[in-house]
Write a protein that binds this ligand. Structure first.
Ligand code: GLU
Length: 480
């Protein structure tokens, strides 16, 4: 008799929304907040599912799309729009909930939202994408789901500044004369009411957050690491907007070694460190990170997650670290640059292994933080730095002149420029982002230290969010 073939058992895994829900419940148990209030915070307030026709080629296609507003405790609601064939209602709901907690953690005064259009952008021409984006925006306007004080979209997976410019233009053509119209969407091109530093913001925020986490000597000792980022081996899953800026900034400003990078078609590895600016050029030229001189290729792209490194940065999509691979993770720190890359089941395994997971709702909040700055810029109708730059420059020049006079010495032109420069918009944006990420990390860390039973940063981050959101509800007079 022929031997029975071994059937591969499917890996029991939780959905993204279930993961968010179970993480929420774990944290809620530590807050002592009333059940009803917790239930209100957890629920998605409005789910708008739409279907609309768009002419693609000679025929019409019916496009499936969503906008979910998770929480209205603060307005506007805020969150990106994802273009992906994998979009479905539950995913958008999970992403919208994360936006609420994310905004609270970094003190961005918005409720959470998210949009999704179920298309694979690569299959459409630029013109067709524009038609889809404009029609999606018109649907949002029709149902009052967009506006500077209502709901403010932004880029996410599969979208960028180009789509945001189309959204603004559509909004303006429907709402002529609305003085704050530019604030109806963020992540716009800089010359079209955008802000300097928005494109790099999520990656840069990840850098500031991880650098802050690594600066605490006692926490690093527990992981068997020395403090600081210099020389730490970093592996990154995803070389899109978030992953590529992470790689560049960790290398250039943190002196870290980027040892492994994965993209959709494969992964490359170099234990001495990959030269990121050169890789960016290679990627631009060939459309792939593969065949990069000096780097080895891994047999499977997913192996990036299991590589021996100090810091692992999943910067792609949700549900990447699951029960089937969590045991093989070797990194000491996992920084969730993507939303939901670790399932709640896998998270429990990583906790047992003593791995420090820096949660998505904190570590990737740089994007929405700078979106907030962009929105403020739009409402103020003025670029940051315009008022004070020359005044600061003059004041610093006076100080330098005084020091020169008192010491009888003169300084060189280069030093003078460095010392007397007034801040540009990008300097202020980076400064605001750095301050935001450092402050939020220390709030989360303090909660973890204070609550003996809280053993991980994710639970502490959730508690931080729940404390802030609940006090908003109480201030609104909705809950006693
Ligand atoms: N899509 C980004 C996120 O997941 C940015 C959202 C925004 O800027 O509103 O955080």
């Amino acid at each position: 008799m022929a031997k029975a073939k071994k059937v591969k058992q499917p890996v029991a895994t939780v959905s993204f929304l279930e993961s968010v829900s179970s993480n929420f419940d774990r944290a809620a148990a530590h807050t002592g907040l009333p059940k009803g209030l917790l239930a209100q915070i957890k629920a998605c307030n409005s789910v708008y599912q739409m279907r609309f026709p768009v002419k693609i080629g000679k025929d019409y296609q019916v496009i499936e799309a969503y906008r979910v507003q998770h929480s209205h405790h603060r307005l506007p609601t805020k969150g990106g729009i994802r273009y992906s064939q994998k979009v479905h209602q539950e995913e958008v709901m999970a992403l919208a909930s994360l936006m609420t907690y994310k905004c609270a953690i970094v003190d961005v005064p918005f409720g959470g939202a998210k949009g999704g259009v179920k298309i694979s952008p690569k299959e459409y021409s630029e013109h067709e994408l524009q038609l889809i984006t404009r029609r999606y925006t018109a649907e949002l306007i029709r149902k009052n789901f967009i506006g500077p004080g209502i709901d403010v979209p932004a880029p996410d997976y599969g979208t960028g500044s180009r789509e945001m410019a189309w959204i603004l233009d559509t909004y303006v053509s429907f709402k002529g004369g609305e003085i704050d119209a530019a604030g109806c969407v963020t992540g716009k091109p800089v010359h079209q009411n955008g802000i300097q530093g928005r494109t790099e913001a999520t990656g840069r925020g990840v850098f500031y957050g991880v650098r802050e986490a690594c600066s605490h000597k006692d926490d690093m000792e527990k992981l068997g690491l020395t403090p600081g980022l210099a020389g730490k081996r970093v592996a990154i899953q995803g070389f899109g907007n978030v992953g590529s800026y992470c790689a560049k900034i960790f290398q250039e400003e943190g002196d870290a070694l980027i040892t492994c990078i994965a993209e959709h078609d494969g992964a490359i590895y170099n234990e001495k460190g990959i030269d990121v600016p050169k890789l960016l050029k290679h990627f631009k030229k060939t459309g792939s990170i593969l065949k990069f001189p000096g780097a080895k290729e891994l047999p499977q792209r997913k192996k990036v997650l299991e590589i021996d490194c100090d810091i692992l940065i999943p910067a792609a999509l949700e549900n990447q670290i699951r029960v089937d691979n969590a045991k093989r993770i070797k990194a000491k720190i996992v920084a969730e640059a993507a939303n939901g890359p670790v399932t709640s089941e896998a998270d429990a395994i990583l906790r047992k292994k003593g791995i420090m997971v820096i949660p998505d709702m904190y570590i990737n909040a740089g994007g929405v933080t700078v979106s907030y700055f962009e929105w403020l810029k739009n409402l103020s109708h003025m670029r940051f730095g315009r008022m004070e730059k020359r005044f600061d420059n003059q004041t610093y020049s006076n100080i330098v002149a005084l020091v020169e006079r008192l010491t009888g010495k003169t300084i060189g032109m280069k030093e003078r420029d460095f010392l007397t420069r007034g801040a540009d918009e990008v300097d202020l944006v980076r400064s605001g982002l750095e301050e935001t990420m450092i402050t939020a990390y220390n709030q989360i860390r303090a909660i973890k230290k204070r609550k003996r039973k809280v053993e991980d940063l994710r639970t502490a981050a959730f508690i931080s969010a729940l404390q802030k959101i609940s006090s908003d509800y109480i201030a609104l007079g909705i809950f006693p």
